[in-house]
Design a protein around this ligand. Structure first.
Ligand code: OOB
Length: 543
């Protein structure tokens, strides 16, 4: 299969190479370089498991040879659904080494989402664990997946494989392994937050992605001495590259995996491993801030805490900074499609507390436009568009989404509403699209409405976001019943039966007689959702 390409026009590619952003590095290439420099240095730590760079490399090569021996070929896409376990790294570096393309699913995804990724990526294989940290049995999911995806050739399981292929049993001829991939080819596919409909697949190249975390390392102070705690799911773009585990591995540092982001689990790990840097979404950062002052664990090694994925308000930022005085808060506003902004470690407090940072690269082009596409006056809110050396030009295999999400001259429409300060820092105000940002997990209103409409007693449904003290936002589904009135609990249970990620099950269900749209006649879904949301907030305020 031919390598997938992401298309930057040649003049841009030439500029990004000339500026030294794209250096021709590849994933297997950089890991091999670290192995040659310091094979005995520790790379991956998870509980009692400690892998050196040499061991990680050897396991990756064994897996790579094993994938080839199973009949998988360079260019094949492989959906990887693994939590924060060491095998995440031997599998993905094994795939890179064999020139295969991981598609990163999150541990919370269920059959509906995984089947969509397999279909959209035309994946040849699925890699999962026997069970997740929450006890979920992925082999059951794999069985159902296989029944509906005849082109899926292999299922590889970390742990007890039952009828599938165990990762531990993989082996093959290392001399059959290919050379290093083309640095401008697509290294992997990330999952989009899914602002409209189902998630899209985001193709990232070796060149562009490695630039993003190499530059992030500099901004976040990551070196070979760093100890990086990965508390969020390793497959998400934030803990992967901002500066993430990939940044730490590129720097030759240590990556420590936490099975859960809770302070009970993470604080003892920070004390034991002398963790220097970690990243969290705002609700978790607040939880850490609440627990830190009274903790009996020594957290003094922690020097940088990145917070992003959803808006951290100035008040919440202050709480986090005050609770961890020895540690610098760093806000990060990024997206799997590319553009990432950071507050800088030497920025004044006001910038760190009140803004979501500024772009990584001098060549990140940022536009802030009104709904007609004209630039807004400086300091005014507008739609954020971005183009640059690590922002994609197109989604994988999705013409409709591409036409909607990119301008003709290659800017990505982020869907976020931002203001820019005179110093060039961005402040996120909200977003234009209808998605719910539930503690950093993005939920498409449209996708959930589609599920609800499949219920026999649902006539119509509209899903909106509601401010939530802990989650930032939660989801509320307005439902016009048909026939027998369904109970809220029954709707939620039924949604779970749709085999979707738990975070997509509506937090709140409100039954209504109508959407009261008669006066205005036909209105857009967007306006309908806005009205329902405003009504709910007004009713809650009146209580
Ligand atoms: C990160 O990536 P995604 O792809 O899950 O979500 C991107 C969206 C952004 O478009 C924005 O709507 C929201 O998440 N977001 C923020 C934010 N960081 C992300 N909204 C307000 N404040 C922030 N600090 O979420 C992501 C990727 C890389 C680094 C960090 C986060």
């Amino acid at each position: 299969m031919l390598p997938l390409k992401q298309v930057w026009p040649e003049e841009f590619a030439a500029r990004y190479r000339a500026a030294g952003y794209w250096r021709g590095e590849t994933f297997p290439g950089f890991l091999r370089a670290r192995v040659e420099e310091r094979p005995e240095a520790e790379a991956i730590i998870a509980g009692d498991v400690r892998w050196t760079y040499g061991e990680l490399w050897s396991r990756a090569e064994t897996a790579a040879a094993g994938f080839l021996a199973l009949g998988l070929r360079p260019g094949d896409r492989v959906v990887v659904q693994l939590g924060n376990i060491p095998e995440f790294f031997s599998v993905v570096f094994g795939l890179f080494r064999a020139q295969m393309v991981p598609v990163y699913a999150l541990p919370g995804h269920r059959l509906t989402e995984i089947a969509h990724f397999v279909h959209k990526a035309e994946a040849a294989a699925y890699v999962c664990a026997d069970r997740g940290a929450d006890g979920f049995d992925y082999r059951g999911l794999a069985r159902d997946l296989r029944a509906g995806a005849p082109d899926l050739r292999q299922v590889i399981v970390v742990g007890e494989a039952e009828e599938f292929t165990p990762l531990a049993g993989l082996d093959g001829d290392r001399s059959a392994l290919p050379g290093d991939p083309d640095p401008s080819s697509v290294a992997f596919l990330q999952i989009s937050g899914g602002t409209t409909g189902l998630s899209k697949l985001i193709p990232r190249t070796h060149d562009d992605y490695i630039y993003s975390f190499r530059a992030s390392n500099e901004i976040c102070g990551v070196t070979a001495d760093s100890v990086h705690l990965i508390a969020l799911p390793a497959a998400h773009n934030f803990p992967m590259s901002s500066p993430g585990h990939m940044g730490s591995l590129h720097a030759g540092g240590r990556v420590v995996l936490a099975p859960s982001p809770s302070p009970d689990i993470c604080f003892p790990i920070i004390a034991r491993e002398k963790v220097t840097i970690s990243g969290l979404v705002p609700p978790l950062a607040l939880l850490w801030a609440q627990s830190a002052p009274a903790s009996k664990h020594d957290l003094s090694s922690l020097k940088v805490l990145l917070v992003g994925g959803a808006k951290l308000t100035p008040e919440a930022a202050r709480r986090v900074q005050d609770a961890l005085p020895a540690c610098r808060l760093q806000q990060v506003f990024g997206m799997a499609e590319g553009l990432v902004n950071y507050t800088r470690l030497d920025d004044p407090d006001s910038t760190v507390l009140e803004t979501q940072g500024r772009p990584i690269s001098p060549d990140d082009e940022v536009l802030i436009l009104d709904d007609q596409g004209n630039p807004v006056p400086e300091g005014q809110p507008g739609n954020l568009l971005a183009r640059g050396p690590y922002t994609i030009r197109a989604y994988h295999n999705d013409d409709t989404a591409n036409a909607r999400s990119f301008t003709l001259d290659g800017f990505y429409r982020t869907g976020d509403i931002v203001c820019r300060t005179p110093g060039g820092y961005l402040v996120v105000q909200g977003r234009a699209g209808d998605h719910i940002n539930r503690a950093g997990e993005k939920i498409s209103a449209e996708e959930i409405e589609d599920h609800l409409l499949a219920h026999p007693n649902v006539f119509d449904a509209a899903v909106v976001s509601v401010p939530d003290e802990y989650l930032g936002e939660r989801s509320c589904a307005f439902i016009i019943p048909r026939g027998e009135k369904p109970r809220a609990a029954a709707i939620k249970a039924w949604m779970r039966g749709r085999a979707i990620a738990e975070f997509k099950v509506p937090d709140q269900v409100v039954l209504v007689d109508s959407f009261e749209t008669t006066a205005a006649g036909k209105i857009s879904r967007k306006e309908l959702r806005a009205r329902l949301r405003a009504k709910l907030l007004a009713e809650e305020a009146a209580q």
